[in-house]
Structure formats: structure tokens, C-alpha cells
Design a protein around this ligand. Structure first.
Ligand code: GRF
Length: 196
């Protein structure tokens, strides 16, 4: 049984894709054991609760020092005893203590075909704005292992998505989510579960 912890910050559509895949038996021998958000208002927490998954918020606003937040985040992760940590729109720079504790067992979904449009400052809608600005005809999404860098770890899966003439950033973001993110993130978890 692969124990999976999912970290979120926002709407949680990638989390929902994972939960839906699990409900359909498409994740292999996997259990989503906990969802952690840094944002108490993240709808992703509602999605977790609706699916009966333990959902906790560890907010940096509740700690005087960043180091205390990092320690609380690591404690909340360790308490779930995860085999795999999935960053699904988690807008927190992962503390080095977490990387060291879970090296090779943290994956992230990024809304572009890495190495394009990634690294510091490239997140959420900004990624799609940059792709449209550059005029690429193909973009997509990437699942990769997380290391000390930003979007620099080994690539696990990618899926290409066409850019349509006249796309707005929001329209492109939705297409990349629907056609790529929500497909390759559950698949990546399944691949890792099957290798257990
Ligand atoms: C998505 O744009 C995803 O590509 C990025 O963060 C956003 C998360 O969206 N990693 P959601 O919270 O999963 O809906």
C-alpha cells in the first residue's frame, strides 16, 4: 500500500483528479492518507473532507518564525507516515528539511513542458501568460521529482497540449489542466505505486 500525502494551496482540481482516480481504482495499491494546505481557505480542503480524507491546514501566519512553520509542516507530514508526497498546486517553497527527509519521494505537477516556462516566478497563470507571450504552439504539463531546486528534479511524465489562436491565459490554463495535469498526475502516482 502506497501511503500518499497531497499538499495543496488553492482550488484543488488536481487533488480532485487524484481522488476521482482513486475512487475508480486507477491508482493501484494506494491510499490518500492526508491533505495539507498552507491556506485555510483553500477549497482543496473541502474536496478532501468531502472524500473523507484527513485534511489539515498548516499556515505560516500561525507561526512567529518561518523555521517554526517549517517544523510544523514537517511534523504534519511525518504524522501521516507517507511513502509519497504529491505537491498539487502547493505554493510553498519546500523547506530543505522536508527535501532531506523525503528525498526521492516528493513529486510536483508543473503546468508547462519543463524546461520551458519553469523556475522561480513561474507558477499558476504566469506560466500560461509566458507561453502565450512567447507564441509557442504546443505547451503542456510535467510531473517531476522535487529536489532543492525549483522545477529541476528528474522528469517522470509529460503531456503536450495545443495552444489555440486567440487563447486567453485562463482558457489555456484550463485546457492544460483538463488535457494534461489531471491525466498525468494520477498516472504518475499509479506508476510509483506499481513499482513499490
Ligand atoms: C495548477 O495550475 C497547477 O498546474 C499548478 O497549480 C495549480 C493548481 O491548481 N501546479 P489546483 O489547486 O490543483 O486546481
Amino acid at each position: 500500500m502506497l501511503r500518499v500525502l497531497v499538499c495543496v494551496s488553492g482550488g484543488g482540481t488536481n487533488l480532485q483528479a487524484i481522488l476521482d482516480a482513486g475512487a475508480k481504482g486507477e491508482l493501484g495499491d494506494t491510499e490518500i492518507v492526508r491533505v495539507i494546505s498552507n491556506n485555510p481557505n483553500a477549497y482543496a480542503l473541502e474536496r478532501a473532507k468531502n472524500a473523507g480524507v484527513d485534511a489539515v491546514c498548516v499556515s505560516p501566519k500561525d507561526y512567529a518564525a518561518r523555521e517554526e512553520f517549517h517544523a510544523a509542516l514537517l511534523d504534519a507530514m511525518n504524522a501521516a507516515k507517507p511513502d509519497l508526497i504529491v505537491l498539487a498546486g502547493f505554493l510553498v517553497v519546500i523547506p530543505k528539511e522536508v527535501i532531506q527527509a523525503y528525498r526521492g519521494r516528493i513529486i510536483n505537477i508543473h503546468p508547462s513542458l519543463i524546461p520551458s516556462f519553469c523556475g522561480t516566478g513561474y507558477y499558476g497563470l504566469k506560466v500560461h501568460e509566458a507561453a502565450l507571450e512567447r507564441g509557442v504552439k504546443i505547451t503542456g504539463a510535467t510531473v517531476h521529482y522535487v529536489d532543492e531546486g525549483t522545477d529541476t528534479g528528474p522528469i517522470i511524465a509529460q503531456k503536450a497540449v495545443e495552444v489555440h489562436d486567440g487563447d486567453t491565459p485562463k482558457e489555456l490554463q484550463l485546457r492544460v489542466m483538463q488535457e494534461a495535469e489531471w491525466v498525468i498526475l494520477p498516472k504518475a502516482i499509479r506508476m510509483i505505486a506499481d513499482k513499490q
